[in-house]
Design a protein around this ligand. Sequence first.
Ligand code: FMN
Length: 196
Amino acid sequence: MTVKLAIIYYSSYGTNHQMATIAADAAKAAGAEVRLLKARETAPAEVVAGVDAWKAHADATADIPEATAEDMEWANAYLISSGTRFGVMTSQMRAFIDTLGGVWGKGGLANKPVTAMTSAQNTHGGQETTLQSLYTTVMHWGGFVVAPGYTDEIIFKTGGNPYGYSHTQGDDFDDAAKAAIGHQTRRLVEVAAKLA
Ligand SMILES: Cc1cc2nc3c(=O)[nH]c(=O)nc-3n(C[C@H](O)[C@H](O)[C@H](O)COP(=O)(O)O)c2cc1C
């Protein structure tokens, strides 16, 4: 059975979009069928338009489909990537998750492996709490948290966050960052294949 991976991200300025894209490439290389999807923007259009970098990123990614409940039913694995907002995920990602009551009620979110990534402005800006808050929700789904832990040397070279890859905004996506995202993604795909 094919691994069908929904990669759902939210990004105002492009960081989590870049992380999700790196993960999508790694998942495809690992043999998964991938849908790269964004959480719908909920900020008022005039607010987005008022921040040049935000507007530019929204325009540049306009063709990426918005995640739907149907995508969540279709997938047998999820990778979720959201920036840190005051120590938790973005409200845009939360708003998408809060539309999933119907598919949750049908058991459509249960028994699926999930991993999560985040980014923040500061190295210790709340990455772990953001990922933990996401994983709390996964437990309510009856999902399986597939955190990277310290299962590869690359975790130690990219900040050492065992909850999930976390990027400090403004840092380069160098080979180590790509390798850490690749490792976390492949691990998810491997677990999903075993479960499938
Ligand atoms: C309202 C708001 C709250 C934020 N809270 C935090 C925070 O608590 N810690 C931190 O390090 N960065 C914080 N940031 C910075 C974001 O985490 C950072 O811009 C984000 O990781 C960028 O991701 P993106 O490029 O995918 O949008 C905040 C940004 C905004 C706009």
